[in-house]
Write a protein that binds this ligand. Structure first.
Ligand SMILES: CC(C)(COP(=O)(O)OP(=O)(O)OC[C@H]1O[C@@H](n2cnc3c(N)ncnc32)[C@H](O)[C@@H]1OP(=O)(O)O)[C@@H](O)C(=O)NCCC(=O)NCCS
Length: 187
């Protein structure tokens, strides 16, 4: 059992925090953008405000049940929601799957890389996971770039359903082990 987990993480420009009910409109707006939604695995399309409200309930319950730790990513200056990132615990409890999206307005500022570094630290240092994976659609070059920059490496393929594009795909898996993460931090 994981004790005294931080409820809020901080990076240079971003705060990663738990959901609040008033996050729903910003989540609904960001995920109504097909350029964001089309890369995600499990998402109702079209994505509406009630979907966001229901997601916040689910995310809160999952966190409390220690099965999935999803954070809102907000800019530190004004707490504006700009994205979403987290790690879902795999059955067995030693591995996690990393997932994220950012509002298109903020792409290209290095936010996913900055938040991702902190989520990996959370996954290994706070949750004590042994391995973290990410499943990325084959043509999602931006996302592949983010995971490679964070130190994940290609680790085969997983046949996975992607609801928004209504397809089941052999998607590339990227992975990093606890040892690899520690070696990277040691420089
Ligand atoms: C993938 C995503 C999270 C990246 O967010 P971001 O904050 O823009 O990411 P960063 O700025 O940290 O890094 C993006 C990297 O991709 C690179 N990039 C941008 N456009 C690219 C393109 N068309 N092809 C390849 N690389 C590209 C950037 O140059 C940058 O790499 P660099 O730092 O080496 O220059 C964001 O685009 C997004 O939300 N996409 C939709 C949802 C999604 O794909 N989620 C992940 C599912 S696995």
């Amino acid at each position: 059992m994981v004790l005294a987990l931080p409820q809020r993480l901080q990076t240079e420009r971003l705060v990663l925090r738990r959901h609040r009910r008033d996050d729903a409109p910003a989540i609904a707006e960001a995920l109504a953008d097909w350029e964001v939604a089309r890369w995600l695995a499990r998402l109702p399309i079209p994505y509406t405000l009630p979907d966001a409200v229901s997601w916040i309930r689910t995310a809160t319950r999952n966190w409390n049940q220690a099965t999935d730790y999803q954070f809102v990513v907000a800019e530190t200056d004004d707490d504006r929601l700009v994205g979403h990132m987290g790690v879902r615990i795999e059955p067995g409890g030693t591995e996690g799957e990393f997932g994220y999206w950012f509002d298109r307005q903020v792409w290209g500022r290095g936010y996913a890389s900055e938040a991702g570094h902190e989520i990996l630290r959370f996954a290994f240092d706070e949750l004590g996971l042994q391995r973290v994976t990410a499943v990325v659609l084959p043509d999602n070059e931006r996302s592949a770039r983010v995971v490679l920059k964070l130190g994940l490496t290609p680790d085969g393929y997983r046949r996975q359903r992607f609801d928004p594009i209504d397809a089941t795909v052999d998607a590339p898996v990227y992975a990093i082990t606890r040892r690899q993460w520690q070696d990277l931090q040691a420089g």
